[in-house]
Design a protein around this ligand. Structure first.
Ligand SMILES: NC(=O)C[C@H](N)C(=O)O
Length: 322
């Protein structure tokens, strides 16, 4: 039997609904912390509750802690890792681990949309599915995975798309890479190569801004006066910005603050297609770094980790083309 390191971090999967008020809140008696026969029948488990946080309380420091914990445990006899996590920021933790964990074992994250005592609670099912994926031989070499609602997604592409539906996790660009059924764990796609960085701290200040019609230079000027190491902009369409933002952007570039451009569109990649003022061609010429299909929040995680290696613009551009 394989040995799986299970790390609980909190989230709705470990919460309870107060039947009087309807409020969903952390439950000190997290039911998943206790191993049940259906878990121990599948694998030998080492269970740890790393922290007990709603996922909006998770910061890159907790992500780094998880990354280091996994690397440390991987030196011993473990075959796979399953992490339970709140769904709001699950995709960010998953991608951070994908970029930073140097260990060639399956790492699977899961969560729940309904708390443990709600009718139709999806936590136990997602948890068992994740464990089944983690112990499957095919899960190896596919990077960090997210298993929710019988689907297997890559950390790089998956995103939370619905506020409450149990089918919230989707991979807009390319779809899931596998499915989980009652009898099978079936992978039907192979992800492309994974980027890996060595990160010992996450001290950089990286902001994320969303562009909108009529956006101007003000917010960029304010950022210029702050202590910021990098900026990600969710631009319009294929990678364009309103012309009045340019003055503010030039100010940031003069201060050598790297700016990564992604699209605020749900699908597709940012490209330097348009030649009008504020269009992608001008932004590329100014020195903005175009990203190859990452969402804003994933690009922010990548810039945060990449800046621990370099702040050189052309090296960053090469990293973001992958
Ligand atoms: N479904 C969830 O887990 C949402 C919760 N707010 C969290 O992220 O902790």
């Amino acid at each position: 039997m394989k040995t799986v390191y299970i790390i609980h971090t909190g989230g709705t999967i470990s919460m309870k609904e107060d039947k009087q008020t309807g409020a969903v809140a952390p439950d000190s008696q997290n039911p998943l912390v206790y191993t049940t026969p259906s878990i121990t029948a599948l694998a030998n488990v080492i269970v740890e509750e790393a922290f007990h946080l709603p996922s909006p309380h998770i910061t890159p420091n907790e992500m780094l802690l998880l990354s280091k914990k996994i690397e440390e445990k991987a030196k011993q006899q473990i075959d796979a890792v399953v992490i339970t996590h709140g769904t709001d920021t699950l995709e960010e933790t998953a991608y951070f681990l994908d970029l930073t964990v140097h260990a060639d074992i399956p790492i699977v994250l899961t969560g729940a949309m309904r708390s443990s005592n709600e009718i139709g609670s999806d936590g136990p099912h997602n948890f068992i599915s994740s464990l089944r994926v983690a112990i499957s031989d095919e899960a190896k070499g596919k990077g960090v995975l997210v298993v929710m609602n019988d689907e297997i997604h890559t950390a790089k592409n998956v995103t939370k798309t619905h506020t409450s539906n149990v089918a919230t996790f989707q991979s807009p660009q390319y779809g899931p890479i596998g499915i989980v059924t009652k009898q099978h764990v079936l992978f039907h796609h192979m992800p492309t190569a994974r980027d890996l960085y060595t990160v010992h701290k996450v001290n950089k200040q990286v902001l994320l801004l969303k562009a909108y019609a009529g956006m101007d230079e003000q917010i960029f000027n304010a950022i210029c006066d702050m202590n910021v190491d990098g900026l990600v902009i969710e631009a319009l369409g294929q990678g364009n910005l309103p012309p009045r933002t340019l003055e503010g952007i030039r100010g940031l570039l003069d201060k050598h603050i790297p700016i990564v451009l992604v699209s605020r569109c749900f699908n597709g990649i940012a490209q330097d297609v348009y030649g009008y003022e504020g269009g992608g061609k001008q932004l590329k010429d100014l020195g903005l770094i175009f990203s190859n299909g990452l969402s804003g929040q994933k690009a922010r995680i990548k810039l945060l980790t990449a800046l621990e290696q370099t702040s050189d613009r052309s090296t960053l551009q090469t990293m973001f083309l992958k």
